[in-house]
Design a protein around this ligand. Structure first.
Ligand code: FMN
Length: 353
């Protein structure tokens, strides 16, 4: 039998297989940043995954930056997420919410009127983003958070962890990858602070560790994981010290008995941070990017990963584990409908009967 189908656990969560649905923003939350019935159907269709990781879900209005993306801080949003969780549980699945704060990767046209765009430092990210009202727009220069405001953002994550628990999720993944707020703290090009959150690697990892500590106190470590993209450059991130930052962070995370670390590996041949994280973090490791059934299996067999996650393949193959198991053909995803509203390209990919 393929090693992808050996049962295991990630912290307190029992998994019947090692296939994880990677977190993917799909921009179908059309009202009040809450998921709707279409979102319930989409995740329920994918319930045979070992673990579903939701799209990035904002902890506050300031933390939301893309069009039609969801949050989990109002009673309406928490209630709506509990319906998504129930739909997945009813089909025997497991689902963890990816908690996200976009920081400087935002545009005011996508945000509530009173929301602010905040980041470690007042440095704009190079690049543009989609807004429904104004099309593509350059990302503005964010406001630098004061030291007291940094602590308030940590508190927002703790509250979101309580909200996730109340909604019935099986766990939480902190989105500390791909250039969003936690990653902006980790990286010296976006974090030029002079207080205890900036400068040395010890200071740059402080925000992430405070968020992890606040979330594990709000729930329990066996329910909390983290996603990292060491050496990643997406969303204008550049950390020339990644070979110091990430092993140090992994060592600190190892002390906290987290449920998992989820690595997005860069497309570079000499990616030494991965081995260093594996060496320094004894817990469950999920690995992502560009995997097939065969390359995923290889990572499990060689013990370079405990779980493997699939992104774009999960868009077009709701029954991905069943297809892997029976060597069935895979459907190709259509990028034109990745972020468009409505069911087309979202809930319309059929399972094999
Ligand atoms: C449409 C789309 C939306 C995504 N949104 C997120 C997200 O919200 N959070 C995140 O951590 N990664 C996000 N990603 C990255 C995926 O989780 C994954 O890392 C990426 O697709 C590479 O894996 P793959 O080669 O299996 O597709 C997104 C990817 C896609 C294609």
């Amino acid at each position: 039998m393929s090693s992808l189908f050996t049962p295991t656990a990630a912290g307190a969560i029992h998994l019947p297989n090692r296939i994880v649905m990677a977190p993917m923003t799909r921009s179908r939350a059309v009202q009040n940043a809450a998921p709707n019935a279409l979102v319930e159907e989409y995740y329920a269709q994918r319930a045979s995954a070992g673990l579903i990781l939701t799209e990035g879900v904002a902890t506050s209005d300031n933390g939301l930056g893309y069009a039609r993306t969801p949050s989990i801080h109002t009673p309406e949003q928490i209630e709506a997420w509990s319906r998504v969780v129930n739909a997945v549980h009813a089909k025997g699945g497991r689902i963890a919410v990816q908690l996200m704060h976009v920081g400087r990767i935002a545009h005011p046209a996508n945000k509530a009127a009173e929301a602010r765009t905040v980041a470690p430092s007042a440095i704009a990210a190079k690049g543009a983003m989609w807004t429904d009202a104004q099309g593509m727009q350059p990302m503005p220069t964010p406001e630098a958070l004061s030291t007291a405001e940094v602590r308030a953002v940590v508190d927002e994550f703790a509250q979101a962890a309580r909200n996730a628990k109340a909604a019935g999720f099986d766990g939480i993944e902190l989105h500390s990858a791909n250039g969003y707020l936690p990653n902006q703290f980790l990286s010296p090009n976006s974090n030029q602070r002079t207080d205890e959150y900036g400068g040395s690697p010890e200071n740059r990892i402080r925000f992430v560790l405070e968020v992890i500590d606040a979330m594990t106190a709000a729930w329990e470590p066996g329910r909390i994981g983290i996603r990292l993209s060491p050496a990643g450059t997406f969303n204008d991130i550049n950390d020339p010290d990644a070979n110091i930052t990430y092993p140090l962070l992994a060592t600190e995370l190892a002390k906290r008995n987290l449920a998992w670390v989820h690595i997005v590996k860069p497309n570079t041949p000499n990616f030494t941070e991965w081995a260093a994280i594996r060496a320094n973090f004894p817990g469950t490791l999920i690995v992502n990017l560009g995997l097939t059934k065969e390359t995923g299996e290889k990572l499990i067999d060689s013990k370079e990963a405990d779980l493997v996650s699939y992104g774009s393949l999960y868009i077009s193959n709701p029954d991905l584990p069943e297809r892997f198991q029976s060597n069935a053909p895979l459907a190709a995803p259509d990028p034109a409908t990745f972020y468009t509203p409505g069911p087309e390209g979202y809930t319309t990919y059929p399972a094999l009967t």
